[in-house]
Design a protein around this ligand. Structure first.
Ligand code: UTP
Ligand code: MN
Length: 528
């Protein structure tokens, strides 16, 4: 193995190491966290110290100690590593970690070693020969489906198609996830959702509990539920949850636009059970909730792709009318290839940075003049790039200029579009003559549709695109991967490298996956 000692020359300028990473406007002048080796006496032994269960400060101490003795110790894992050293980890744990490394060259062999090899080498003053007692024991994987054995543990490392083979199990697990969310138990909710997501990525239908061996993210509870469904056809816990008054009420009340879990739970405890109960008891409602109640039946109905396409045409027309050259992209579930959704999401930008400022009110005015909006609330862009990185813990709410709206969609336009002859003029004409009606009936020529519009500065567009494509679990796993595996912080605005104290710029989603050391997953396979 050839080692280029220039790689390890100490540098004062972080830009030298990461030429593709553009530093902050005012660059931090402090030393990068990771000092490189001054001198390296044993270049044939390339060491990586695993931080897992060891902690940052001990790892930093051991790194300094080793380097002072001329050992080659790398900050990041790559295929050139020959010795992985860890403390208090089992061989299986280190192997699982290694399997997750995309930089890994599967053909090269690497020593997985206990810390004893390192300390003994320190004492000896040179890398000692690896002996049996240094080697972490890795249990051979049980024979099973080879594809199941390769299942990665983060959803953002896997391909999850829209259609899969295990809905009979995932729907049940998702009921339990939903119920945990209604009970404000986020940890439990995510655990069930992760379990469901693993089953969605399986290339076959689960037939026996044996098929689950070797799969990550399946806790005892999920396994119990799956076992019961496989053996009895259904799970008592899932069925009683589904039928429970609390579950049904929470589902109905959180189904109202503008109503979250907290509010729904308060109403449930006050004895309210349905949207009608809110009207009957004269509950205080905000403007969003009033609209939510008024268009409840329509908003319960799934939005079809054909409807989303008609709305795309309208939004494009509106945006180009007020800002020529702006770009519009259909986001969310429809970008992932879904045929129906609960709303339609759009991301809007302009290639000239700054042109997008103040765009949203112009769009909504245009739409309102055409009589196409039943409701809208715009929030302003409040994102500020902080020099010393994003706040901790990272706030997952994004801060783009954003419009939550309810569109008035002419059904005739959708029929025309399905026959692929509609013009936007056809689409908006009906809206001019009809006013939103309190008593919107089935026979009316229009329906209400939830639409989210988001405006992003061009420099953040790739991050916004990634953040608004979903699925929600895929996004969550991307952020978890970034933080736990890469010491980075990902949001819909930026990617920040906490080791180098740098924002990493990207023009495409592909670049962001590459920074994160992940294989690129196309939108249609992000249905985690
Ligand atoms: P949606 O809630 O619209 O989900 O969020 P969806 O995947 O399109 O599914 P349906 O069919 O509408 O139910 C779309 C994406 O936008 C992101 C979510 O993470 C999701 O990936 N999003 C949503 C945000 O980043 N911030 C928000 O405030 C809302
Ligand atoms: Mn959506």
């Amino acid at each position: 193995m050839k080692v280029n000692l220039d790689d390890f020359r100490q540098t004062e300028d972080p830009e030298c190491i990461f030429s593709t990473m553009i530093p902050l406007k005012r660059k931090k002048v402090s030393q990068p966290v990771s000092q490189q080796n001054d001198t390296c006496t044993f270049p044939h032994v390339s060491i990586f110290i695993l931080e897992r269960k060891m902690g940052t400060s001990r790892r930093a101490f051991l790194t300094r100690l080793g380097r002072s003795k001329g050992f080659l110790i790398r900050e990041t894992y790559s295929s050139s590593i020959t010795h992985v050293v860890s403390e208090n980890n089992s061989g299986d744990e280190v192997q699982a970690w290694l399997d997750n490394q995309t930089e890994r060259d599967a053909s090269s062999s690497v020593h997985l070693l206990d810390i004893r090899w390192f300390t003994e080498s320190m004492e000896a003053g040179h890398p000692i020969t690896v002996q049996d007692r240094h080697i972490l024991k890795v249990n051979p994987k049980p024979n099973g489906d080879p594809s199941a054995m390769q299942m990665k543990s983060y959803a953002c490392q896997r391909r999850t198609p829209l259609k899969h083979h295990n809905s009979f199990l995932t729907e049940a697990l998702e009921i339990l996830s939903q119920n945990a969310e209604y009970n404000d138990n986020e940890g439990r909710s995510v655990a069930f959702r992760r379990a469901a997501s693993v089953l969605k990525a399986l290339p076959h239908r689960v037939k026996t509990i044996e098929d689950l061996r070797c799969l990550p993210c399946l806790g005892d509870h999920s396994q119990r539920v799956i076992k019961e469904i496989l053996e009895d056809g259904s799970s008592r816990e899932v069925e009683s949850t589904r039928q429970s008054e609390q579950f049904q009420t929470m589902k109905a009340l959180t189904g109202i636009f503008g109503v979250g879990v907290r509010t729904a739970d308060r109403w449930f405890r006050e004895g309210l059970r349905s949207p009608d109960d809110l009207i009957r008891t004269g509950q205080q409602l905000n403007r969003a909730q009033q609209a939510g109640l008024q268009y409840y039946d329509d908003l319960q109905k799934p939005v079809t792709k054909a409807e989303a396409d008609v709305i795309s045409d309208i939004v494009e027309k509106a945006v180009h009318a007020v800002l020529p050259g702006a770009e519009i992209q259909l986001m969310g579930g429809f970008r992932r290839g879904k045929e129906v959704g609960h709303d339609v999401d759009f991301l809007i930008t302009h290639p000239e940075e700054g042109k997008e400022e103040g765009l949203m009110p112009k769009i909504t005015n245009w739409l309102e003049e055409q009589g196409l909006l039943l409701y809208q609330k715009t929030t302003r862009n409040s994102y500020l790039e902080k020099m010393d990185g994003p706040a901790r813990p990272p706030n997952n709410m994004d801060r783009f200029e954003r419009c939550f709206s309810i569109f008035k969609l002419q059904k005739s336009a959708v029929r025309c579009k399905s026959n692929s002859t509609a013009s936007v003029e056809d689409v908006s004409r009906g809206g001019e003559n009809e006013r939103p009606s309190e008593h919107h009936s089935e026979e009316s020529g229009w329906r209400a549709v939830r639409v989210d519009l988001v405006v992003s500065p061009y420099s953040q567009f790739a991050f916004a695109t990634l953040g608004w494509t979903g699925s929600k679990l895929f996004e969550r796993e991307l952020r978890r991967w970034a933080g736990q595996e890469k010491h980075m912080s990902l949001s819909s605005h930026a990617l920040y490298d906490s080791k180098q104290n740098l924002y990493l710029r990207a023009k495409t989603e592909e670049e962001i996956f590459a920074y994160l050391g992940l294989e690129f997953i196309p939108p249609s396979e992000r249905n985690a």
